[in-house]
Design a protein around this ligand. Structure first.
Ligand code: OSB
Ligand code: MG
Length: 390
């Protein structure tokens, strides 16, 4: 990216920590249930002992996307770390992405390295990551967030969980839905929380025959966002739904569909995107996120920052990004205790006034994994030399 003003970096060592971290509540979506996350952390260390951190968002299995933990580990080890090592002592996130371009796809694996490079560079520059990303634009100190609630057994149970979250101060509520577990759940939520901004996310679970019922659900329950109801490739269907919802407050949001700038262009042209969920860990990193953000902003499509049940490391990256002015809808980034009994970072992220989380203020992402926590949940560690002279 031409706008990159961070220091050039020269990582000499990469450490990959594989962790097994139980969630406080199993998280169910239309593609499956996860009781614990297989977390992949990357630490890049330079000759001065300065370290940059990042977390991979790939799932244990290829259900949300084709990427998964064993595959990203393979791509990292066989292709990405050698590409990084070959760049030598003048590395930037952008130069890394250029070098990684000949490896097709695998945006989660690439983002994993790219985001550690941003952190390392920001730390070397002694700047909070948000300042490096914003490049002179004003940034926020706190980010408005909401909570994303998985599929549950009954509307009653859903309302019980939502009462817990609203009691803690969360305002915007996002519900996972799927065919057969939608109308009664959404209605119950709307009846209990008549004023709450209510969003739904189907993770691609619907098809053409559901279009009219979905539009009716959005209208009847005054939903503000309907996220990725149809398959990744179904831009035309998303556009049809958007047309049916014209004149209502409901926006069709794309998540999985936007895999590249070309895809976003197509979605804009088709009228398939009312708002955009940008997850840096999914779209290939922070540089790509900024590009998508700028393009969507130019088309007056609001952008917001999604989450993938990250630990405090990935969450910190996301918060820095979400503090940029174009991120205008509340993020899917909740406090540490919504996910973990003990987060990897200290202090954990706590929900503040007006449903916000603070952006850490130190250099880089502003938080580090606590070694004593890692040692309790680590299942494997791999260390790689990036020094070409060895
Ligand atoms: O589609 O946004 C999604 C979690 C895992 C996989 C996909 C999604 C999600 C979430 C969680 O909605 C949001 C969060 O991290 O709080
Ligand atoms: Mg989603």
């Amino acid at each position: 990216m031409s706008g990159f003003h961070g220091e050039l970096v020269h990582p000499l060592r990469a450490v990959v920590d594989e962790l097994e971290l139980p969630l406080v509540l199993p998280f169910s979506t239309s593609f499956g249930t996860e009781g614990a996350r297989r977390v992949l952390l990357l630490t890049l260390e330079d000759a001065d002992g300065v370290r940059g951190f990042s977390e991979c968002v790939a799932g244990r299995d290829p259900y949300y996307s084709y990427e998964s933990v064993p595959i990203v580990l393979e791509v990292l080890e066989r292709y990405l770390l050698p590409a990084l090592a070959a760049l030598g002592n003048e590395v930037t996130p952008h130069r890394f992405l250029q070098a990684a371009d000949r490896i097709r796809g695998h945006p989660m694996a690439k983002a994993w390295v790219e985001m550690a490079l941003w952190d390392l560079s920001a730390r070397r520059s002694k700047l909070p990551l948000q300042k490096l990303l914003a490049h002179g634009r004003p940034v926020r100190e706190r980010v408005e967030v909401g909570v994303s609630v998985g599929l549950v057994s009954s509307p009653r149970e859903l309302v019980r969980q939502l009462e817990g979250y609203t009691g803690q101060g969360y305002r915007r509520l996002k519900l996972k839905v799927e065919p057969g577990r939608d109308r009664d759940f959404v209605r119950a939520a709307r009846e209990s929380f008549p004023e709450a901004p209510l969003w739904i996310d189907a993770n691609q679970a619907y098809t053409a025959k559901d279009l009219d019922a979905l539009a009716k659900l959005c209208r009847d329950s005054a939903l503000s966002v309907v996220e990725q109801p149809f398959g990744e490739d179904e831009l035309i269907l998303h556009a049809s739904l958007a047309r049916e919802l014209e004149g209502t407050p409901a926006l069709v949001c794309l998540d999985e569909s936007v895999t590249s700038m070309g895809r976003l262009e197509l979605a804009l042209q088709e009228g398939a995107v009312g708002c955009l969920n940008v997850k840096p860990g999914r779209v290939g990193g922070l540089s790509r996120s900024l590009e998508l953000h700028d393009r969507a902003e130019g088309a007056r499509v609001p952008v917001w920052c999604g989450g993938m049940l990250e630990t405090g490391i990935g969450r910190a990256h996301n918060l820095h990004l979400a503090s940029l002015p174009g991120f205008r809808l509340p993020a899917d980034l909740s406090a540490s205790d919504r996910y973990w009994k003990e987060d990897l970072v200290e202090p954990p992220f706590r929900l503040g006034p007006a449903s916000t989380l603070p952006v850490p203020t130190g250099p880089g992402i502003g938080v580090e994994p606590e070694e004593e926590r890692l040692s309790k949940v680590r299942v494997a560690q791999r260390v790689f030399s990036l020094d070409q002279r060895l």
